[in-house]
Design a protein around this ligand. Sequence first.
Ligand code: G3I
Length: 302
Amino acid sequence: STLGASAAERGGRYFGTAVAANKLNDSAYATILNREFNQVTAENEMKIDALQPQQGQFTYGTADRIVQHARSRGMQVRGHTLAWHSQQPGWMQNMSGSTLRTAMLNHVTQVATHFRGQIAWWDVVNEAFADGSSGARRDSNLQRTGNDWIEAAFRAARQADPNAQLCYNDYNIDNWTDAKTQAVYRMVQDFKNRGVPIDCVGLQSHFTGGSNYPSNYRTTLSSFAALGVDVHITELDIRNAPTDAYRNVVNDCLAVARCKGITVWGIRDSDSWRSNESPLLFDGGGNKKPAYDAVLTALNNG
Ligand code: G3I
């Protein structure tokens, strides 16, 4: 009768949501969170600028509050994110070369150590590939420290928290034939071949209606899984929340044994970064939308 409970009955999967710490005191919000979901991702509170606003000064209080809220209620926590070109604090934005490499790896080590034992999955690296047809890495200050910055981050994370599952997370890697999808696939394949510690791939899955929900999404999920990694749908939202697209996403995950769960990127439409697109499962009043029923039905019968 709830998203989390129904997902759990489908091979121990989870159904989660992004949460914002400043909404945990909103009773309508917390009621839905605590009733429906068995996994959370901090929407902003574990990003680099939130955790290390000044170099060497770590501010964990707000993130700890989310982790405590979740774990005390049996919800699993996805850590988001250790290394990213965006949401860097000013001091990091201005760094380059080996100084930046060292600072990035120190951030990974410090943060993964702080949360050791509490995080089921880390988005170790987020959004490192370019959009479009190049199949190249995204240009960024981190990329300019050397192409091996991603594997260096994964190795540091593994060392700091050996029991966390380590994921690469990105958007627009949903369509199997896209150059960006293929490029990420080749990186994961290379990491597996060379023993770089990677356990999972996160597909953010920010969809704009039915139009960019690709008919080959299930192929993408199963192709990554065939490399020997789990797959996660990490930031799902769909413009106007069409019931058929939501149902298809759930059924595609259920069809792939290594698809471990789905996280929607917010609870109510009013909580969404795309609040003008009504992309979530609950309306601004906290009422279940038709997409909610489609998802729950798919979880139960799909
Ligand atoms: O909290 C401050 C507030 O004090 C300030 O007055 C206000 C003015 O700009 O900004 C507030 O911070 C904003 C924060 O959200 C909290 O609302 C930031 O500006 C804003 O940039 C930030 O946006 C977040 C965005 O990531 C930043 O990269 C969104 O909430 C969040 O949903 C979004 O999430 C990303 C994932 O991390 C990665 N994948 C894509 C996804 C959507 O963009």
